[in-house]
Ligand binder design. Structure first.
Ligand code: PBG
Length: 327
């Protein structure tokens, strides 16, 4: 008798949780996750970020507590962002040894040692009065090469404060080379660089601008961040950053750019990270608050999608919580 029924039945391997677990192609581990944290100078208590329910601007003390919780949950890394009390044209607080990020880095490295990887965002937008990621020319354009000198100095200040990985996010040409040279000259040859290599000019950064207080006061970032229309350009950016000495590369944002994550992951041999940015977080939290989505399932599903696309590490504001869900 000829077979009247399907011979191949992919459903067989979906029939029990144990079978599904056994054949799962992708897994997310707590150690894959990196938690971005904001620390603000001069506040007495943590300051909630209204567009990111559950996320706060930390005091130095509350930052230490959040970092400990991340370690307890098995999170792989922390990415620190500083919000200074005083901003100026050149972002002086960014490389001030007494600046908020440097103080917080000293706290974290003495508290945590090697229990978690301590990273810091390396940029100027949180520190400049105009909110751009670099120094401005008299006519108001972002001056690429003058900015590189500032980035080099910030990298050395962060390294002196105990950072293990610096993460340049300003999208200036040549930033990785400038930072590598400065770190090496200062003797910090073991401080690694996680380059925000493919970073798009994205509306998904909206809530971050409240969290880090770094919205541009005029214009936008389309002159230095990438056009969402381009994917091949990301391969070029990544290739340049690796040639300049990047140890790891990042694609950002993530969810709307998983095609880029996949392309990059297939084309390079360094760890590829992706950033689940503030707008992705806000969308899910808002929908969940309305009862429109199953929040925890969506969190785990998106993290799985990042890993499936090829991201080895995922920066996510849910890192501690997701790590607990995964255990
Ligand atoms: C720049 C920086 C930004 C983010 C991380 N680093 C903002 C920007 O480029 O405009 C966004 C992160 C997020 O949206 O979660 N220092």
């Amino acid at each position: 008798m000829t077979a009247r029924f399907p011979v191949a039945r992919p459903r067989r391997l979906r029939s029990t949780p144990a079978l599904r677990r056994l054949v799962a192609e992708t897994r997310v581990r707590p150690a894959d996750l990196i938690l971005p944290l904001f620390v603000k100078e001069g506040i007495e208590a943590p300051n909630p970020v209204s567009s990111m329910p559950g996320v706060v601007q930390h005091t130095r003390e509350s930052l230490r507590k959040a970092a400990h919780e991340a370690v307890e949950a098995g999170v792989g890394g922390l990415m620190l962002f500083g919000v200074p009390e005083v901003k100026d044209e050149r972002g002086s607080a960014a490389d001030d040894p007494a600046g908020i990020v440097q103080k917080a880095l000293r706290d974290l490295s003495s508290d945590l040692g090697d229990d978690i990887v301590i990273m810091a965002d390396l940029c100027l937008d949180e520190y400049t009065s105009h909110g751009h990621c670099g120094l401005l020319t008299p006519s108001g354009a972002v001056d690429n090469d003058a900015t590189l000198e500032r980035y080099a100095s910030i990298a050395v200040a962060q390294a002196a404060a105990g950072v293990q990985v610096v993460a340049p996010s300003g999208m200036m040409d040549g930033q990785v080379a400038a930072i590598r040279a400065a770190l090496d000259r200062a003797g910090y040859t073991d401080v690694a660089i996680l380059a925000y290599a493919a970073k798009y000019a994205s509306a998904f950064y909206g809530p971050f601008r409240e969290a880090a207080e770094g919205a541009p006061q005029f214009g936008d970032r389309t002159g230095y961040q990438q056009d969402p229309a381009n994917a091949l350009e990301s391969l070029r950016e990544v290739e340049l950053d690796i040639a300049e000495g990047a140890d790891m590369v990042m694609v950002k944002p993530g969810l709307a750019y998983l095609d880029v994550v996949a392309k990059v992951a297939e084309s390079v041999y360094v760890p590829v990270s992706a950033y689940q940015v503030s707008g992705e977080y806000a969308m899910v939290e808002a929908a969940a608050q309305n009862g429109w989505l199953d929040r925890d399932r969506v969190i785990l599903e998106t993290l799985t999608a990042y890993r499936r696309a090829g991201a080895r590490q995922i920066l996510t504001y849910w890192a501690t919580e997701a790590a607990r869900l995964l255990r």
